[in-house]
Design a protein around this ligand. Structure first.
Ligand code: MG
Length: 391
């Protein structure tokens, strides 16, 4: 039996150059709170927690989490590592339940589950390395020859700039892309018009035959979304993403009834229990868990099964291998989100700087290698000098 001997959580803080996001580049949940502070603070992910799990035969599994990194590290160090050291890393379901139930008083959702996710991802990476298989081969194998993906950026900004950016994705062969709204309830009718002008401008460039997704990042209210949705229908978006905060499940359900535009969400929901609620209440038409928040591969697999039964597609939040491997292995998951690599901005893209091995899209498609065990990632040394590492 292979045995876990060591669990190491480190925070990698980016201190390299960043592109400052423009004012109103994306709505977010804090927008409607009166504040003189940094409205974009909740939108910055410039540090990540990397979890490495080592076994007695010298293999290392790699996992990561991007939410509240120093807290995630503390949770792994203090609570999760002692629960799994000495165990067989192949016992992923057992270890997940142990972590979930031992931390249940405070860990079910949010950062507790995000920390469990990072450990679970590292365990699945180890499982692949022990068995000599890529993770997707352990989950159901290749359900697609390649994974279709959509370009996800298009932050709100000057019309000519977003049109140029949209055109660049068309030029690269993407047939789907996602844009962000810059304005919400605090910005009045003028903001509403600007939102609509932006969508019209992108649709004009990409034409009718390209999927266009619209992202609110929880920056709207039920009332605002109710007023916007009828005006958005003529642009035929593939979905409207997270119009309101994650806890307003009834608002999601109300919006889903109001429009034929699918309402997507789940980027801030956790475990099969959270998604059961969303699905039973017919709150979302697209599931967007992120494997490194939702409970890792162990939890995401169960949600995929649930999604299949409900006939709701799973298109995980963010790029990254832990999401791609699940998408490759499940028919419930038709497509992947893809962050085009670029300089560090929001921090979404920091994984390209932290790791080696993430595939780059070609003509709107991604592929995974059959010959690399685990998730196929290693820690990068290319940007070492730009990271401050907290052990
Ligand atoms: Mg989103």
């Amino acid at each position: 039996m292979t045995t876990i001997t060591q669990v190491r959580a480190r925070v990698f803080e980016w201190h390299g150059p960043t592109v400052p996001p423009a004012e109103h580049f994306c709505t977010n949940a804090i927008d409607i709170v009166r504040s003189d502070g940094d409205r974009m603070g909740s939108f910055r992910f410039h540090a990540w927690t990397v979890v490495e799990i080592e076994t007695d035969d010298g293999l290392v599994g790699l996992g990561n989490v991007a939410l509240a990194p120093s807290v995630a590290k503390l949770i792994v160090d203090r609570y999760l590592a002692p629960l799994i050291i000495g165990s067989d890393p192949l016992d992923t379901e057992h270890l997940w339940q142990k972590m979930y139930r031992a931390t249940h008083a405070w860990g079910r959702k949010g950062i507790g589950m995000a920390a469990i996710s990072a450990v679970d991802i590292a365990l699945w990476d180890l499982k692949g390395k022990i068995l000599g298989q890529p993770v997707f081969k352990l989950l159901g194998g290749r359900t697609k020859t390649r994974i279709p993906c959509y370009a996800s950026k298009l932050y709100a900004g000057p019309i000519d700039a977003i049109q140029r950016e949209a055109q660049s994705y068309i030029d690269q062969g993407f047939t789907a892309m996602k844009m962000r709204f810059g304005y919400g309830p605090a910005d009045g009718p003028q903001g509403m018009r600007r939102n609509l002008d932006s969508v019209a401008a992108v649709r004009e460039v990409i034409g009718p035959d390209v999927d266009l997704m619209l992202e609110c990042y929880m920056g709207w209210t039920l009332d605002y979304a109710r007023r916007m949705l009828p005006k958005l229908e003529r642009f035929e978006p593939r979905w409207l993403e997270e119009p309101v905060i994650a806890d307003e499940i009834d608002s999601y359900a109300a919006l889903a009834k109001l429009t034929h535009i699918p309402i997507s969400g789940g980027e801030h929901e956790f475990t099969v229990h959270g998604f059961r609620q969303l699905l039973e209440r017919q709150a979302i038409g697209v599931i967007q868990y992120d494997t490194n928040r939702v409970g890792g591969i162990t939890a995401a697999q169960k949600i995929n099964a649930l999604a299949e039964a409900f006939g709701i597609p799973v298109i995980p939040h963010a790029g990254q291998m832990h999401n791609y491997h699940l998408t490759m292995a499940s028919l419930a998951s038709p497509m992947a989100e893809y962050f085009p690599p670029h300089d560090v901005e929001v921090g979404n893209e920091l994984f390209y700087f932290l790791f080696e091995g993430d595939p780059l899209a070609e003509g709107g498609w991604l592929d995974l290698r059959d010959d690399v065990p685990g998730f196929g990632l290693t820690l990068s040394t290319r940007h070492q000098e730009s990271f401050h590492v907290i052990e």
